[in-house]
Design a protein around this ligand. Structure first.
Ligand code: TRP
Length: 447
């Protein structure tokens, strides 16, 4: 295989793809989106979206990637030369810039909270203090810019060195340790006084809160969390060996990712309700409530330090996978060197990211945009994280089902898989359910 591209070893795909999937999407984005969309009813829609939409799309992306051995643009061009389908890949590459730009801001917050935990700032703090300290932290413009820069530089350094080896090793250690800490947090949160109310908010659907906005948020969250809709899994699929089984790998990835998101909810909501905090408080939820939770745990500073360190690493394995999409394109199609490509794209993402970094108090303009009346980061998260990923996944599904054709995709999926018993359900979902649902939801949302 091409030196500049690299490839995964056996198990490497599961580890790297799980590393891509598990990140801030699970621990930061999922809980605050649940909070903003009425709790249980959103969770129900989210689980449905995972099963009938996201998993089929994951398999479609991974098989297209492995079949073509290419970046997203190259993959579309190879299956349908001379068409305008590669534009879908281009949309994905634009998405990568945009998502990286705000994702790295939040990743910077996790690094800063790691430092806060290590320096013992999570002792004896109540909800008001936590909220106030978060507010003054995010309105410190210089600090926000430095944190963003630091995170992007680290991502660029790792991607410059080639993806395969590093992430695999990282994920192997990261996942079990992260899981261990999450279990401890879960126990602490569920045993707080008043935890039950949070569990009810989280699990009991209140159908009066149902709306198109809830459904699009749920589908968007499913795509975001599993790194779908912009070609990450096409790119990672392109590094997978023909000996690996795609269906079982994809099943494991979906399982891990969903499991961790669900755990995050069981940690955040009981803690929020027991502290009398508001579940619908936007993107700061996790940073407001976890310090309080840690300060109520014996050894809280130690667990807090570990937690934010691991979350920073989980975020890193995700930013790597986002940056890898445009980088693999420049390497394959433009014959750039890996290093040059990573540095250029990282720099552009930093510049766009400035708007998000200043949008939580740093700049009053970016914190409350005219017309939209929300902050830049929230707007970007909605446009690129929900709408653009949904459009991308829709076009990918149509491409795989009707241009590449399901029977050819199935042939690719079966390579390396002992058996793929779900041929019929998968074909049905990718041909009809995925496109029809996404189209209906998008239309409903915009009307
Ligand atoms: N899925 C990652 C998370 O949950 C973020 C991510 C990585 C992503 N690659 C992506 C999101 C591609 C959308 C598209 O944190």
């Amino acid at each position: 295989m091409d030196q500049e591209r690299g490839s995964f070893s056996k198990m490497g795909f599961i580890l790297a793809a799980a590393g891509s999937a598990v990140g801030l999407g699970n621990l930061w984005r999922f809980p605050f989106t649940v909070g903003e969309n009425g709790g249980g009813v959103f969770v129900l829609m989210y689980l449905l979206s995972i099963i009938i939409i996201a998993i089929p799309v994951l398999l479609a992306e991974a098989s297209l990637g492995r079949h073509t051995n290419k970046n997203p643009i190259g993959a579309f061009a190879m299956v349908k030369p001379g068409s305008s389908w590669p534009l879908v890949g281009l949309l994905g590459i634009i998405c990568a810039f945009m998502i990286l730009s705000f994702y790295a801001v939040i990743a910077g917050w996790t690094v800063a909270y790691f430092v806060k935990a290590v320096t013992g700032q999570f002792t004896n703090i109540g909800p008001e203090q936590a909220v106030a300290s978060f507010g003054s932290f995010t309105s410190n413009s210089w600090l926000q810019l430095v944190l963003l820069a630091v995170f992007i530089v680290i991502t660029v350094v790792v991607v410059s060195g080639g993806v395969a080896g590093g992430i695999e090793k990282c994920s192997k250690i990261l996942m079990p340790v992260l899981l261990g800490i999450l279990i401890l947090l879960l126990i602490r949160s569920l045993t707080l006084k008043g935890a039950y109310e949070g569990v009810m908010f989280y699990l009991k659907p209140d159908f009066s809160k149902f709306s198109f906005k809830v459904v699009i948020a749920a589908i968007g969250q499913a795509f975001f969390s599993m790194s779908l809709g912009m070609g990450t899994m096409i790119t990672y699929g392109s590094y997978v060996s023909k000996k690996d089984s795609l269906p079982s790998s994809c099943g494991w990835i979906a399982f891990f990712d969903t499991f961790i998101a669900l755990m995050a909810g069981f940690i955040i909501f009981p803690a929020i309700f027991s502290q009398g905090m508001n579940p619908d408080q936007g993107s700061g939820v996790m940073f407001n409530v976890l310090p309080v939770l840690f300060s109520k745990m014996p050894g809280g500073s130690i667990f807090g330090s570990f937690f934010f360190l691991l979350l920073s690493i989980a975020a890193l394995t995700s930013t790597i996978s986002i940056l890898e999409v445009p980088v693999s394109y420049l390497i394959d199609e433009r014959k750039w060197k890996r290093k040059k490509a990573s540095v250029l794209i990282g720099s552009i993402a930093f510049i766009i990211g400035i708007c998000s970094a200043l949008s939580n108090g740093g700049s009053s303009f970016f914190s409350n945009l005219p017309v939209f009346n929300i902050g830049f980061l929230d707007l970007w998260n909605m446009i690129w994280g929900n709408v653009a990923l949904s459009v991308g996944a829709l076009l990918e599904a149509i491409f795989v089902a009707y241009v590449w054709k399901t029977h050819k995709a199935v042939k690719e999926i079966k390579v390396g898989a002992q058996k793929f018993t779900l041929v019929k359900p998968w074909s049905f979902l990718i041909k009809y359910i995925v496109p029809v649902f996404i189209i209906l939801i998008l239309i409903g949302y915009f009307i």
